[in-house]
Design a binder for this molecule. Structure first.
Ligand code: MEV
Length: 435
């Protein structure tokens, strides 16, 4: 019988690199072949020919570390998340916060479906409202025309869902309003950009025939406000204690204060959201997603009330638990795009046992909330520099030439001296073999 996979691997971060992979193989997350393919000389298995086909003017392959967020319990299921990020502390912090959330049952996530919109702009209309009515009257035939453009999507259960018309005043010339036709399409497990752009360009001539005027832009909107993910978690105050902060209730209250600070101040909200996106983006990069689209949509959503605010907020609930929740648009795909071409992306999708696009959004949003919690807990207690400097010391040690066990020995000395200069690391390293 197959062993039940667990996302808890205590002491994982202390294991040497090879043993970490072995423990993931032993826990059933990776096969031995997969473990080999992401370590060793051909790490990532990323062929130059594939790279060349994915972009332009390709001259090489630029690698980043692939880490793993452990300890996730999402909708009652044990999960791990692949994370690609260049910033130290992000993976450790998310794993640590995910461990804390287990004490309150982990993360609860839901998604609102996979409908996205293509925009067709119509300019130069004398009567845009009347043109909108004409378009609405033709909506059934337009929906049919859309489905004819994307038969594969229709076969997969997706396709056209709604024709929306919006009359938009131009701020500079209020009398010159334009019409914007939104074609809502269910993109199922695709991110949808290609499908929506096909729809926008393919349907535009028919729209012009009906509405008149002049066709302007024809492109998807990345503001995927019908493709939302909602994630929440609840933690008992005891789980928030640190060595120096034994009163978990106080830590909880400071986290709530930090949330209110972000709710009141854009300068703080941007940094608060950056911490959230640290985790979310790392999962998106590992799984080959268009993280620029996700970023653009998330920040627009954070401003939906007219003022920029935090994506995740934290409160004390009736039982004194810390409760956190976040909601944001998240357009991701598990078919097409990099998922098809990039072997590292395919491996990450498998490692995370990602079932479909909604599942990927759930995983990424949970890691986002974990990252935000980790940042607020650190900021509300010891500050983030202590943890950061520990990792920074490791980076300096490696830069000085330390390898294997020497990395730990050099970085420990740097930390105890409170000095993180490269020259000092080199001096320490030179002396060490003689010890
Ligand atoms: C650093 O990458 C992220 C933080 O600045 C987030 C925050 O301040 O909440 C620590």
């Amino acid at each position: 019988m197959q062993k039940r996979r667990t996302a808890r691997i205590p002491g994982f971060y202390r294991l040497p690199l090879g043993e970490r992979l072995e423990s993931l193989v032993a826990a059933g997350w990776l096969t031995e072949d997969e473990a080999r393919s992401i370590s060793g000389p051909a790490a990532g298995g990323f062929d130059m020919e594939i790279a060349n086909a994915m972009s332009e003017n390709v001259i090489g392959v630029h690698a980043l570390p692939l880490g793993i967020c452990l300890n996730l319990l999402i909708n009652g299921k044990e999960r791990v998340a692949p994370m690609v990020v260049e910033e130290p502390s992000v993976v450790a912090a998310a794993s640590n916060a995910a461990r804390l959330t287990r004490e309150g049952g982990g993360f609860t996530v839901e998604t609102t479906g996979s409908v996205m919109a293509a925009q067709i702009q119509v300019k130069g209309l004398a009567e845009p409202t009347a043109a909108a009515q004409l378009i609405q009257a033709e909506a059934p035939s337009l929906l049919e025309a859309v489905n004819a453009l994307i038969p594969n999507m229709v076969n997969r259960g997706g396709g056209a869902r709604e024709i929306e018309t919006r009359v938009i005043p131009l701020p500079s010339q209020p009398e010159a309003r334009m019409l914007c036709v939104h074609v809502h399409v269910d993109c199922r497990d695709a991110m949808g950009a290609n499908t929506l752009n096909t729809v926008a360009e393919g349907l535009a001539p028919r729209v012009q025939e009906i509405a008149g005027g002049e066709i302007g832009l024809r492109i998807l909107t990345n503001y995927a406000d019908r493709r939302l993910v909602r994630v929440s978690c609840r933690l008992p105050p005891e789980s928030l204690r640190t060595k120096k902060w034994p009163d978990g209730g106080l830590v909880r209250d400071h986290i709530v204060d930090a949330s209110r600070f972000a709710e009141a101040d854009t300068y703080r909200a941007v940094t608060h959201n950056k911490g959230f996106m640290n985790g979310l983006d790392a999962v998106l990069v590992a799984t080959g997603q268009d993280w620029r689209a996700a970023e653009a949509a998330a920040h627009a959503y954070a401003s939906r009330t007219g003022a920029y605010g935090p994506l995740a907020t934290w409160r004390k609930d009736r039982e004194g638990f810390l409760e956190g929740e976040a909601e944001l648009p998240l357009a991701v795909g598990t078919v097409g795009g990099a998922a098809r071409a990039h072997p590292g992306v395919r491996l990450s999708l498998r490692l995370g046992r990602i079932e479909d696009a909604a599942d990927l959004a759930s995983l990424a949003a949970s890691v986002g909330l974990a990252s935000n919690l980790a940042a607020l807990r650190a900021l509300a207690t010891d500050g983030i520099q202590r943890g950061h400097m520990a990792l920074h010391a490791r980076t300096v040690a490696i830069e000085a030439g330390a390898t294997g066990d020497l990395i730990h020995r050099v970085s420990t000395t740097l930390r105890s001296e409170g000095c993180f200069r490269l020259e000092r690391a080199k001096e320490i390293l030179k002396k060490l073999p003689e010890d």
